[in-house]
Design a protein around this ligand. Structure first.
Ligand SMILES: Cc1ncc(COP(=O)(O)O)c(C=O)c1O
Length: 393
């Protein structure tokens, strides 16, 4: 326990991932409190002029005991050298891209990337003279040919958060190393708990902590963690861009982290139960869930991940959008909303934008986030939904 209470980077590497989640970042508390104080503050008073530029906490934006507790817990979760947090997952993406890319650079991005990240690449980065090429998430063998002398970063999202293709990160990492590029992985789907992107060869792993780390749909936050070699460039730019997150939100993220393992285990078993039930439904053409053998990249998921989370998608057999609306609008236990990772189940229809690969579903597509409810209740609700869909077709 003494080791845990010290903030001098205790060695947690011999602990199992569940235990690490409970013990990481615990050295920033005072007076015996289990959790760190929520330090709200801009100015931090210093004892004298000499310490002005020589103490651990100089100004609220540059870190507080509250934020350092979360940074070090995230670094332990991701297996990174260190970590930092941003006000949203999308700002974690923009901070990372702006940290490593300059005018004239080229960026390779998975075609399955979260749409607002694609928009960022196609607008702000383009305006700054950074060119993006998208690649088929399942054709990593083609990646080496797409590298140019000015390619600086490869950006993956695994699995793709709508279409669920699992990417071969170790193979992509080899290409990145061979060509002197950095590899960035959006690791939000696994919560950083079931996939260790940095150990698998990524240089930077980021997450929308609004998802599983927060876990209760009451938090917006992003996290970025990197290897030692990539850390300096990230942390300097993070500070220069003025990034930080609010202390109340940080406190929520720390709380969420402590229960990540038990929540994810339930998301996993519920989602697999639902996915298997959906696979047997006559209205469903295809289930896209990395833990199912029919899903793209399933063998890679089995090799590289230690579990699956609550987010997956299905392709319906051809039917009208009115029938889909009749199904979804009447669901009692599934909310209709963007985002995912909370305790509650969600269902939304989605369309895909692709520019480097063909993705032509047979019928409408739905994305589910399976929460912590009893799966039998969710199945009964969806069964009623399919009855409405059939009646409206
Ligand atoms: C895969 C993925 N990455 C990043 C984000 C952005 O996160 P945030 O909503 O916290 O900005 C999202 C949001 O849905 C996401 O699905």
């Amino acid at each position: 326990m003494k080791q845990i209470m010290s903030n001098s980077k205790p060695d947690l590497s011999n602990l199992s991932p569940e235990t690490r989640l409970i013990t990481a970042g615990r050295g920033y508390t005072e007076h015996g409190f289990v959790n760190p104080a929520v330090y709200r503050g801009s100015t931090i008073l210093l004892p004298d002029v000499e310490t002005l530029h020589n103490q651990p906490h100089a100004y609220g934006r540059r870190g507080t005991p509250t934020s350092r507790a979360l940074d070090s817990a995230i670094a332990a979760l991701e297996g990174g050298h260190d970590a930092c947090v941003t006000p949203s997952g999308l700002s974690a993406i923009s901070t990372t891209l702006l940290s490593y890319l300059n005018a004239g650079d080229h960026l390779l991005v998975t075609d399955a990337v979260y749409y607002p990240a694609r928009h960022l690449c196609d607008t702000v980065l383009k305006r700054l003279g950074i060119e993006t090429t998208y690649f088929d998430p399942l054709a990593d063998g083609m990646l080496a040919e797409m590298i140019r002398p000015n390619t600086k970063l490869i950006y993956c999202e695994t699995p793709g958060s709508q279409t669920m293709e699992v990417q071969d990160i170790p193979a992509i990492a080899e290409v990145a190393v061979r060509h002197g590029c950095k590899l960035l992985v959006d690791n939000s789907w696994s919560g950083g708990h079931y996939f260790k992107a940095l150990q698998q060869g990524a240089d930077i792993s980021l997450q929308s902590a609004s998802k599983y780390i927060g876990g209760h749909s009451d938090l917006l936050m992003g996290t970025i963690s990197s290897t030692a070699e990539s850390w300096r460039q990230l942390s300097e730019n993070y500070g220069t861009l003025g990034m930080c997150a609010g202390p109340e939100d940080i406190s929520l993220a720390i709380r969420g982290l402590r229960t990540l393992d038990v929540r994810l285990a339930r998301h996993m078993s519920n989602a697999i139960a639902l996915a298997e039930w959906l696979r047997g439904r006559p209205e469903v053409e295809k289930v896209m869930h990395p833990a199912l053998a029919s899903s793209d990249g399933h063998a890679i998921w089995k090799r590289d991940f230690t579990g699956s989370s609550g987010l997956f998608s299905i392709e319906l057999k051809p039917c009208s959008s009115a029938a889909v609306a009749a199904m979804i609008d009447g669901l009692q236990l599934f909310g209709i909303g963007f985002g995912w990772g909370g305790f509650e189940s969600l269902c939304i229809p989605f369309r895909v934008k692709r520019t480097a690969s063909v993705w032509k579903p047979a019928g409408p597509c739905l994305r589910f986030h399976i929460g912590l409810e009893n799966p039998d209740d969710l199945i009964a609700d969806l069964g009623d939904g399919f009855a409405r869909l059939r009646a409206a077709t």
